[in-house]
Write a protein that binds this ligand. Structure first.
Ligand SMILES: Cc1cc2nc3c(=O)[nH]c(=O)nc-3n(C[C@H](O)[C@H](O)[C@H](O)COP(=O)(O)O)c2cc1C
Length: 161
């Protein structure tokens, strides 16, 4: 039986969210899941169908996701009903502490809930998902890795691994 797959989609103009995405990927892989990591420009809506987990990362723009991430979410209506039961998680970078990285994450998690997905929370390091102000420090990368592994363990539990 193949290992479950996780899809990581993110936007990053100046590299901060991308560095987080790489660390989340490392954490997911630590638990043995297959990972497909794509910049949002390269992702297609059909990429959402196969993976057992979907993780989206966004820079914070005006306290929310970027327009591109929101557009992708809106267009995911194409697969409404087909994402139910998949695991969802999100992470965000921002320019400021209190600059809205948590609200940006919640934009994504709300959409996942509307899709009937299962959300992984976090007792430390960012309750809604990993956050970073600017480029992730070593400590922030560790949080991303731990969170990625946590998401992967949930997927494995759900799939009897
Ligand atoms: C159009 C725009 C809007 C932004 N709005 C916010 C904001 O509301 N709050 C904040 O903390 N940072 C804001 N930022 C800063 C980015 O969230 C931050 O630089 C982020 O780390 C960029 O991620 P990236 O390097 O992956 O592109 C904004 C940046 C841009 C370009």
């Amino acid at each position: 039986m193949n290992m479950p797959k996780a899809l990581i989609i993110y936007q990053s103009k100046t590299g901060n969210t991308e560095a987080m995405a790489e660390a989340v990927e490392a954490g997911v892989k630590k638990e043995g899941l297959e990972v497909i990591r794509k910049r949002i420009e390269d992702a297609s809506l059909d990429d959402l169908l196969e993976p057992e987990a979907i993780i989206i990362g966004t820079p914070t723009y005006f306290g929310a996701t970027t327009a591109e991430v929101k557009k992708f979410i809106d267009e995911s209506i194409k697969h409404f009903g087909k994402l139910e039961g998949k695991v969802g998680a999100a992470f965000a970078s921002s320019g400021d502490l209190g600059g809205g990285n948590e609200t940006a994450i919640l934009d994504i998690l709300r959409a996942f809930l509307v899709h009937g997905m299962i959300i992984q929370g976090y007792t430390s390091g960012g309750h809604y998902g990993p956050v970073s102000v600017g480029a992730p420090s070593g400590e922030r990368k560790k949080v991303c890795i731990e969170f990625g592994a946590k998401v992967a363990r949930l997927v494995k539990r759900l799939h009897g691994r």
